[in-house]
Design a protein around this ligand. Structure first.
Ligand SMILES: [Zn+2]
Length: 373
């Protein structure tokens, strides 16, 4: 077993910053570039771990904020940690709760050592800061822990983004100090909004603290795509080449391909399962509402050529019928398909990087992908 935290760069694309890597964790290796399905409430919605595994998922996300509110860390610890609690033996990354504290809770008070906020469930006063986030993630037993940060909204003034970077850095320093170094990895998060100098400063100072990996946060919060990609470009430029880089909350296929070429290795997004619940299929070329009436008699699979369980066995007419009569299986089948599509895209990028043809892959993909912006 290779030491957790080891990151091998197996191939690099000469025409861009894309790389093909392998990150070792306490629950095994993760081949990058990778897409991580989101399991907010200790479940990737509607999927059993077995089904998730069959979609090709290598690593999934858990959520510090939500799991700490319900069922509470004591119960998960009593059940043997998050892996055993949810029956998933492969790697798990947990976010720090920073994003939820700043986006979900209406009433909050930012203090030097964290944030006082009201639970979005019952209004109870709670407190989450770097100490609490590190303690909870340690007890969850996540393979990759995230430092507690302040995620700024879009738009955001320079002054506020600057203050948030300062707070993020001081909280990151405390997280680094509290890192148990027991095989659980710790990633720092680059903030700074749309401001190049703040992104660079944040990345530089985090790098000096020496994390196992680095994330670009505060993106995909409502900004236009060019602004997002510019923040990614500015966010990675000062990061060390030999550590993994994770772009938080981005899951639009075209944006994944663009971000890989900017040097991103890891992604997460709720989109594949959220779209599935709304009856929308993700395909290489576009997204479309398979629940729509026009597919009533369509005998083709959700996507022709897809080898997922849904597409191997069922027609659009059947999946559309399930949604039409509110059968749970519709959501489940479409979740399998959508997650499989994300995995296949990442596998495609990895194979292209291995074969030295990422540039062609990217060009062909972007030409074929007509997804609306
Ligand atoms: Zn499929």
């Amino acid at each position: 077993m290779t030491t957790p935290g080891t990151f091998e760069i197996l191939n690099s694309d000469p025409s861009s910053s894309a790389r093909r890597g392998r990150l070792w964790t306490a629950h095994g290796p993760v081949d990058t570039p990778v897409f991580m399905p989101v399991g907010t409430q200790a479940t990737v919605k509607a999927m059993t771990p077995l089904e998730l595994d069959e979609t090709g998922a290598e690593i999934i996300l858990g959520n510090t904020y939500h799991l700490n509110i319900r069922p509470g860390i004591d119960i998960i610890e009593k059940c043997g940690g998050l892996h055993r609690f949810m029956g998933w033996n492969k790697p798990i990354l947990t976010d720090s709760g920073g994003f939820q504290v700043f986006s979900l809770s209406g009433l909050r008070k930012i203090k030097p050592d964290g944030v006082e906020f009201s639970s979005h469930v019952d209004g109870t006063k709670l407190f989450l800061g770097p100490r609490e986030a590190m303690d909870i993630q340690r007890r969850l037993g996540s393979d990759i822990m995230m430092a507690f940060d302040e995620c700024t909204p879009y738009p955001c003034t320079y002054e506020y983004a600057c203050q948030a970077v300062t707070r993020t850095l001081s909280w990151a320093a405390l997280c680094a100090e509290l890192h148990p170094r027991n095989g659980q990895l710790l990633f720092g998060i680059v903030q700074g909004g749309e401001f190049a100098d703040l992104r660079a400063r944040c990345a530089r100072e985090l790098t000096a603290m020496g994390f196992d990996g680095y994330a670009v946060g505060g993106v995909s919060v409502g900004e236009p795509e060019p602004v997002m990609l510019e923040a990614v470009r500015n966010g990675v430029v000062e990061l060390p080449v030999n550590r993994p880089r994770y772009l938080m909350g981005v899951g639009v296929m075209r944006q994944l391909v663009e971000s890989v070429s900017l040097g991103i290795d890891m992604f997460d997004c709720v989109m594949p399962t959220r779209y599935a619940r709304h009856g929308t299929a993700i395909t290489k070329a576009r997204r479309y509402p398979v629940k729509a009436g026009e597919y009533k008699e369509d005998t083709r699979p959700v996507e022709e050529g897809c080898d997922c369980y849904c597409c191997r066995n069922f027609t659009r007419a059947y999946v559309r019928h399930l949604f039409n009569v509110n059968e749970i299986l519709g959501v489940r089948l479409l979740s399998i398909h959508n997650l499989h599509q994300m995995t296949m895209l990442m596998r495609g990028m990895r194979a292209a990087l291995d074969g030295g043809r990422f540039g062609d892959f990217k060009q062909e993909f972007l030409e074929a992908n007509k997804e609306d912006r």
